[in-house]
Design a protein around this ligand. Structure first.
Ligand SMILES: Nc1ncnc2c1ncn2[C@@H]1O[C@H](COP(=O)(O)OP(=O)(O)OP(=O)(O)O)[C@@H](O)[C@H]1O
Length: 263
């Protein structure tokens, strides 16, 4: 359902700053696949997600969704099909708007402009119902400005917003990395439950080896723009974080995040 076919991307080609971020990457996700993505620094993980989202356009190769080539579509043209949560809790929400106004934006994502911006009673009830599932009490704070929420609350709301309009693909880019362990655990739990409830096809970048192994039904490891390891659910269930660190150890020149090594 998501096909990444021979995709390559080089930044600043033919200059001293040339960076080969993706080198002939092939990846096929089936409907409902939840793939965790790990890799050394600069391995190409974010670039991979960016090419799926349309934020970055690949030099060669094709990205297709449900059999349709979306390579030429800009980010906003893919927005209805692609939900995304970033590492920075500030990135996924509008701080000066209230919780209900933010959810209203998520509700209208990918729909034609010009539809009513007002939050009707029916909508408000639906927002409250959805917020209840987060178990953070936000359903009672619909008028609260999002800028007043904690990082964990904002990230939970970002996740709800990214999935509110049932995207075809969910992209998570280290979305728990900036949170303290307790909040990270909460957002991970919410992620698993929303992905399962909605059957979302998901790519999740993480530096956390435990999370990479515990979450999802498949794991890929990237290095220097290539996918160098691709393990399915059964093999993943047998692996330990030490096994993954040993894989990193085999790579020449791999620089692994301190946070990864400290686990
Ligand atoms: N917008 C950009 N302009 C120039 N170079 C870029 C850009 N985005 C990424 N790169 C380069 O492409 C390579 C891959 O970067 P990318 O951010 O995809 O890696 P990553 O695996 O997400 O790394 P990290 O874990 O360190 O965030 C790196 O060498 C990076 O410096």
């Amino acid at each position: 359902m998501l096909n990444i076919d021979s995709v390559s991307k080089t930044f600043f080609p033919h200059t001293v700053n040339e960076r080969r971020a993706l080198v002939n990457v092939n990846l096929e996700l089936k409907e409902g696949d939840f793939v965790t993505v790990i890799g050394s620094n600069g391995a190409g993980k974010s670039t991979l997600l960016n090419t799926v989202a349309g934020r970055i356009h690949q030099d060669t190769g094709v990205v297709s969704l449900d059999g349709t080539d979306v390579s030429r579509l800009k980010e906003h043209q893919r927005a209805a099909k692609v939900g995304r949560v970033f590492q920075d809790p500030m990135a996924g929400t509008a701080p000066n708007l209230s919780i209900e106004e933010n959810l209203s934006l998520a509700d209208r994502r990918g729909r034609p402009r010009g539809l009513s911006r007002g939050v009707t009673k029916a909508k408000r009830d639906r927002f409250a119902e959805a917020l209840k599932q987060l178990e953070l009490g936000l359903e009672g704070r619909l008028k609260t400005k999002v800028g007043l929420l904690s990082g964990g609350q904002r990230q939970a709301l970002s996740l709800l917003m990214a999935t509110y309009s049932d995207p075809r693909v969910l992209l998570l880019d280290e979305h728990t990395a900036a949170l303290d362990p307790q909040r990270a655990e909460l957002v991970t739990r919410l992620t698993r439950s929303v992905v399962e409830d909605k059957g979302l096809t998901t790519l999740m970048v993480t530096h956390n080896m435990v999370q990479a192994l515990e979450v999802g039904n498949r794991l890929i490891m990237m290095h220097e723009g290539r996918i160098i390891l691709d393990v399915g659910a059964e093999q993943k269930a047998q692996m330990t974080p030490q096994d993954l660190l040993a894989e990193f150890g085999k790579l020449k020149g791999a620089v692994v995040d301190d946070k990864t090594l400290l686990q």
